[in-house]
Design a protein around this ligand. Sequence first.
Ligand code: ADP
Ligand code: MG
Length: 589
Amino acid sequence: MSVTVGIDLGTTNSLIGVMEAGFPILLADENGERLTPSVVHFPAEGAAIVGRPAARMRTLDQENTIYSAKRFIGRRVGEEADDVAYRLAGEKGDPVMIRSRGANHAPEEIAAEILKKLRTDAERAMGESVTRAVITVPAYFNDAQRNATKRAGEMAGFTVERIVNEPTAAALAYGLDRLGERSKIAVFDLGGGTFDISILELSNGVFHVLSTNGNTRLGGDDIDAALIAHLAERIEHPHDAAVLARLREAAVEVKHRLSESETADIELPFVAGRSVSLTLTRAELERIAAPIVERTRAHCLRAMADAKVTPADLDEIILVGGQTRMPLVRRLVAEIFGKPANTSQNPDEAVALGAVIQAGILSGAVQNVVLLDITPLSLGIETFGGLMSVIIPRNSTIPIKRGEMFTNAVSGQRSMLVRVLQGEREMARDNWELGKFDLEFEQAPKGHARVGVQFEIDANGILRVLARDTKTGREHTVEMTSAVDVSDEAVEKMLEDSLEHAFEDMNDRAFTEAKLKADEMLPAVRIALTQAGGELSAEEKSAITARVADVEAAIATGAAQPLKKAVAALDEATQRLAAILVERAVGGR
Ligand code: ADP
Ligand code: MG
């Protein structure tokens, strides 16, 4: 059985990756590059050249250097604008063909060249043959475009296991499959040549595309062109192809640098006998790019209108595409959606990572049949009051992935200690601690923080615990190997102990739960009495005071049943008091 790779076949850049020990990783070519430009150059003689060396030929041999072929895949003449620097062929209504060196190439043949290169790189990196793949496509691709992409995969020697939507893959990479049912997210994807905005909804663990919008002619390339024009003016020079080629490279590089720093220098030695050196500031670049970036806004508004959502309905905004590294783009996104985007993943790698995760899920299903390993003991985390909260129960089949949402117990809390526990006992202190870490989250009122904790055990028995503040995207991952690999004696001892202490354990848990409730009620009752006590009769008031005293006494005994009873009695005694307060709240006073 061979591995399944995940591939982002991008308009500008393509990537390939694979699951390794439960982790998605992207594979590099022999130069250590993970991003392969989606460019194919046909030289006068010999085989097609793919990737970075082909991209260098873009300005030097425009006719025979094919970029952005993805625009034409599965398209007919007339459906796509033909403003590319190479030649197209075909009668109106026929499939678009790309013409180079006297031959016609179908766009999927160009894509197949790129996929072949990725496949060769992956095989070299992994030292084994690769024949199965998951490939991503834009959400708006129609059947013809999807089928042509699949054919490209087959021409490159792959069995295409699945075609996956790019925004869905990105959402998987950002871990958003752990959000709650009916969560809605926006995927803002600004790549080299295209802009896509998609609104997705999670239901039954699957992402559904509610709407997509965008522009297949809007992206980083437009910013490059505007910047090159600006620079060409500043260096006042006749624009022959060689100078333009160098200027282009320098412009793209300076654009990337200005995403990190405020100023960047451009040095172009020996431009027609002189050296050019100038400085560009981020503010200047932003002035040049602003009208281009601004054009994404209308598409976002349309996509939200079509999906019938407002920014407030969206749980997360995620950034995809290299151009979203630009601070100006991030500011605009925050402005459009009323909150900052999640930036926890590399935007130009998210789609590929998601494709890899999807590939892993598909091949994991196959492994399931062969490998029936189980978790010998329950795994969970400690929650408020020292209780064990089980996330993966004992005897679960691995690989397995389970998550739960937790919240803050205290107002203004800024971090949560995640203690990863193994065992069958009710109280955290009686289980084994596998590890712990602190997850910081945004300060929030009690019960408002949303921290997702996910446990994933891969086929190799490695437990990966991921905790994420869904608000900020801040997350923490730890990995441990001891979750499945536990000695039989230890497991037996734990099970014996849990039986032996079953009674006290249950009492401890029941007591802790009742005490948590009491801790909430007592201060609330006190406040209610000062606010509305005047409306109660003397008997009612003294009954409440007596029940409060009962609860306090029961807490001191440490016994669960009496405390539960006392809490229930206090609840009963304060019914009318609670009703008065509710009425006041509803009545607006
Ligand atoms: P695609 O999805 O179209 O294949 P990518 O997601 O790889 O494209 O995005 C490519 C675009 O991102 C290019 O225009 C590139 O210049 C731009 N880009 C990459 N890195 C940065 C950066 N650090 N700052 C600004 N733009 C960047
Ligand atoms: Mg892309």
